[in-house]
Every structure is written in C-alpha cells, then in structure tokens.
Design a binder for this molecule. Structure first.
Ligand SMILES: [Zn+2]
Length: 299
C-alpha cells in the first residue's frame, strides 16, 4: 500500500484531527527514514575524486578535482581545457570548496595548457614539473605536502614520456590513489618522447610498482581499449582477457584498477614474463621494453 492510499483511508475515518496530524507526522518520519534515497551514507570518505573528461572522442584526457571532504580544500590536476573544467570548478566552489592549487603531471599542452586561463579565475600556486607553463613549485622526488587536513600527497619523479613527468600519490589513511599523467595508463604506458626504455622501466617497475598494491590508478587519458587490444596480442592471460572484457563494456576505467592489477594485466609491467619476452624476440630487459613500445607504436 502506498503512503498516499494509507493517508486517504485514515482521512475517511471519523477521528480527531489532532490525533490524525500526529499519526501522519509519525508515518512520514518512518517513511522517509526507511527510504534509502533519503539515508546518509554510512561511511564518509575523506578524499573525494571527481573525474572531468576532456576532448572526449579525440584526446580522451582526464582532469581530476580532488577534495578533502573535511576542510573542502581542493586541487585540480591537469585542467588543460578550461571550457570543460571551469563549470565543474564553479560548481564545487559554489558548494563550499576552496581551490588551493593546480597540479600538473607534465608540461604537454593537453595537460598543462590550461594553466594561464585557469589563473584568471583561480589565483593559486601551480605545482608541477619544471617545464610546465607558469609553474611555481616543482616538488623533489619523494617530497610530500598536504591538502586540507586529511590528504597526504607524495611526488614521484617518473622521467621518460617527458623529463618533467611527475606522478602523485594521494593518501587519506584508508584510500590511496596515484595520478599518473602519461607515464602509466590502464593496461599501457606513455610514449618515450624525452626518455629511454631504461627510464620507463624504472618509472613503471620500480617507482610505481613499489606502491601498495591497492593503490587506485588515475591516468591522464582513457586509452584502455587500444592498450588492451595490443596487450592481448602479446599475452593471452586471464587478467588481460578480464581487462579486455571490462573495456568492451565500460567507457571509463580510471580508478577502477590498482597498481596490483597493472602488475597482472599491463604487459609493460611484465618484462620478466616468458610469454612477453618471447613476443619481443629479445633477451635483455631493456630491449624487451623497447620492442614492446615499438610494436605498440606501429599498431
Ligand atoms: Zn603527454
């Protein structure tokens, strides 16, 4: 029976209006309490991550707005296309958020190219690699800083795609996320524009691989479909097939996979896997990395 039908039935009965009012109030209270859409979430997270897709269908970039739920201090990562980012920022600020800095993963235009425009609306420091437009602070490798009260950030230098590439590990005690720019993608990695295969091996398989396995990966682009199309040619394993199935039925993969998952389904993080080694026809680790990258480039 719906609430309305029940109230109508009560209204037909000859009872005192005072009792009726109390009855309806109690019923309403119970109804609203029981309806999950009115219920508050049981656990409130300290770190809130909002993905802002940019240039969907071409670059498929992501900017990320990360907010400390307690203080509402927030940072915007790689806000490269202001026309797509500013509405989200305005909404967040109207809701009480304070933008405290812009963070860049590297200097490329589709990551740091929005800085000058963003500064017109938000006069905040820019944290990023040395070649990023208007950068005010380049953290050293391993340097930490905080956002609000709850979020601890650690800068991880990962030179190769660009020499100024920095990944950022965000931790709020319960949750860990790493923003990887164009160094690590879900199921793949960036091109070696300014670096060597040795540097990408170090970035992926030492610096990022040493993060806790449960660290969620937030890359700079949505390239999962193309990456797994290559990955499955190299390695037809359960984890790669699983990623392929995910990519077939999901448009976005950011934050859905962890460093632990990448070690399983990302062929660039499996340079010791005999099947991967065999695919490249190489024997030296660095040559395996190089051959994988070249094979992906020519796909
Ligand atoms: Zn790039």
């Amino acid at each position: 029976m719906s609430l309305l039908t029940f109230i109508k039935q009560i209204l037909r009965r000859p009872i005192s209006s005072g009792l009726l009012t109390v009855g309806i109030a109690v019923l309403l209270w119970y109804y609203l309490r029981a309806d999950p859409s009115h219920a508050k979430p049981a656990v409130s997270r300290k770190m809130h991550i909002e993905s802002i897709p940019m240039w969907e269908g071409s670059g498929n970039n992501y900017a990320y707005l990360v907010t400390d739920d307690k203080t509402k201090d927030a940072v915007i990562i790689d806000p490269a296309n202001p026309s797509e980012v500013l509405p989200s920022l305005k909404k967040a600020v109207d809701g009480g958020a304070k933008i405290t800095s812009i963070i860049n993963t590297h200097h490329h235009h589709d990551h740091a190219g929005g800085n000058t425009e963003l500064l017109k609306s938000y006069s905040v420091p820019i944290i990023g690699g040395k070649d990023c437009v208007k950068v005010t602070k380049t953290p050293s490798h391993g340097e930490t800083f905080t956002i609000g009260e709850s979020i601890k950030v650690k800068a991880l230098h990962t030179p190769c795609h660009t020499q100024d590439s920095i990944c950022y590990l965000f931790e709020d005690g319960e949750d860990r996320a790493v923003f990887t720019g164009d160094t690590l993608f879900i199921g793949g990695c960036g091109r070696f524009f300014e670096g060597t295969p040795e540097e990408m091996d170090k970035a992926l398989n030492q610096t990022l691989a040493s993060l806790p396995d449960d660290t969620k990966v937030y890359p700079g682009h949505e390239y999962t479909k193309g990456n797994v199309k290559f990955g499955i040619k190299v390695l037809q394993s359960g984890p790669v097939k699983k990623l392929q199935a995910f990519a077939d039925s999901n448009k976005q993969a950011q934050g859905k996979f962890t460093i632990g998952d990448e070690k399983q389904h990302n062929v660039f993080m499996r340079l010791d896997d005999p099947t991967v080694v065999k695919f490249t026809g190489q024997t030296e680790r660095v040559d395996v990395m190089s051959a994988l990258r070249e094979a992906k480039n020519s796909m």
